[in-house]
Design a protein around this ligand. Sequence first.
Ligand SMILES: Nc1ncnc2c1ncn2[C@@H]1O[C@H](COP(=O)(O)OP(=O)(O)OP(=O)(O)O)[C@@H](O)[C@H]1O
Length: 247
Amino acid sequence: MENSNVIIDVQNVSMCFNMTTEKISGLKEFLIKRLKNQISYTKFWALKDVTFNVRQGELFGVLGLNGAGKSTLLKTVAGVLKPTNGTLNISGRMAPLIELGAGFDTELTARENIYLNGAILGYSKKEMNAKFDEIVDFSELAEFIDVPVKNFSSGMYARLGFAIATSTRPDILIVDEILGVGDFKFQQKCEAKINEMVKEGTSVLLVSHSIDQIRSLCNRGIILEKGQLIKEGNIEELCDFYYSKYT
Ligand SMILES: Nc1ncnc2c1ncn2[C@@H]1O[C@H](COP(=O)(O)OP(=O)(O)OP(=O)(O)O)[C@@H](O)[C@H]1O
């Protein structure tokens, strides 16, 4: 296989969570039980031996029912979670849009959060000054720019997060369900922006519960079932398989 333009390489990745099965009523009880070695855990494998890659300029969809492991996979690719086993090779600058409001300080205003997020993504104040108007225009939040984001709706968080992440022209954009909270008009605007970025060479890893959105946006993808990759391929074929298997 031609590997030269692989930008995300996921090899045999597994993720195991330790889940406590006991009912613990508070932090104090937890700490005491832990010191006494009285907590028993069961292992839960959220990802099992997942292997795939994403090439430059691909719009790659991750499909699966609730609990299939999609968010765990995206968090692993984004470096938020360290896999229990397996290797990940990521080439390029990444902008993750994984959890609504992640990376925002809710006490700060939208304006302050733009600079804070810019710094997290590695941009100076000067660089963010140059992007500021574009971010405010795209998010359509000009009149709320000096409002603390704790007063924002979920759609407003999504607008601001998407506008910041895309303004940084990342090599890899990771989008987990975020578009689902925006209104229809904003979703369309985000989809157009994603397509524009892909034309310029950005790779996108997308999770959405809207199979129609995955079908219309993506070109390739995978289906996860109980943490295992059960199918990889062309998006039409994948969505047809998904419909016939799960509906
Ligand atoms: N930090 C954690 N500790 C323990 N279990 C976890 C943790 N994070 C996720 N899980 C478990 O891993 C499994 C996969 O979760 P994940 O959020 O990746 O699924 P998903 O496919 O994104 O689901 P959804 O479509 O509902 O968002 C679930 O059973 C979940 O309970």
